[in-house]
Design a binder for this molecule. Sequence first.
Ligand SMILES: [Zn+2]
Ligand SMILES: [Zn+2]
Length: 360
Amino acid sequence: MRAAIFTENDGPLVVEDVTPVDPGPRDVVVQTTASGICHSDLSVINGTLPMPPPAILGHEGAGIIDFVGAEVTGLKKGDRVIGSFIPACGTCWFCLRDQSNLCENTYSVMMNQRATRGDGTPLPAMTGLGTFAETMTCDQMSVVKVDTDLPDEQLALIGCGVTTGVGAALNTAKVQPGSSVVVIGCGGVGQAVIQGARIAGAARIIAIDTVALKRDTALKLGATDAVDPGDGDIVAQVQALTGGRGADYAFEVIGVAELITAAFNCVRSGGTAVAVGVPRFDAQVSLPTYPLVLTEKRLLGCVYGSAQVRRDFPKLVELVETGRLDIGDMVSSTIPLDDINKGFDAMKAGEVIRSVIHLH
Ligand SMILES: [Zn+2]
Ligand SMILES: [Zn+2]
């Protein structure tokens, strides 16, 4: 099969033929249909997220089951599935407590060899998926079956960006009807936070981004106000739009420690800031202690939108099918696997919300 291989930090991915490993008894083989290019893939390439090369990258994808191991249950050849970049085993301490986004198997699935390069070098797959490849051999706990006719590229985005963003609003923050929401960073995940806030019934949704395309898309997808940081301090701009109090909720969706502090400063007394973007692992967040304690502001971490994928993937699919959630407008371009590095260039240049690779 052909796959895009991460071979060195800051270098281009190399598309080449690799040999998949034989699937184990609890593995499935998925014919990948589409994969989004997510900022976290770039974070592996540039070293923000520590993962040693070589490896197959990609963690936001969908496909069709081509083979199931002897011990696989509930899945069969021909099923449409979305990859879950955090597995949901269903039986560990966290999964049993409705926190499958903290599943204890998160790191073990990343360690498995999933393919071999021509020279014999073993290749693991990012998050146990490796969606930048024509097929994925992955544990059954890493896929969720969905019954739908939605286009492949829209299902792919549910694998990471859509679930993370919509889930951050609905699950992590539990945005209330009539509330005010700030979203700092309006890439794929940020646009999904905006839509989650809209679905929750927020009255005012303030989208903040330096890129005009992203502000314009945000206004189309549910934001009521767009703020350009180039026009001045974002905290002051948010206060001007919220009666001087600050917003009920603020989401940081970039992964910059200083902007997590800014999100905290954007919320009112008793408000909730949510850190969604993934910063460098060694970064520290600094918070002013007076508003933290004496005005009861809250800062919440958020991984995978606090989603329970076996519950939430089908729910998100239905929201798209009924027109409540718009993923189509988040797909800026579809490209072949060979153009993957152009997709990363477009992301770095801020030219796209999401590029999606079509594989079959
Ligand atoms: Zn992602
Ligand atoms: Zn688990």
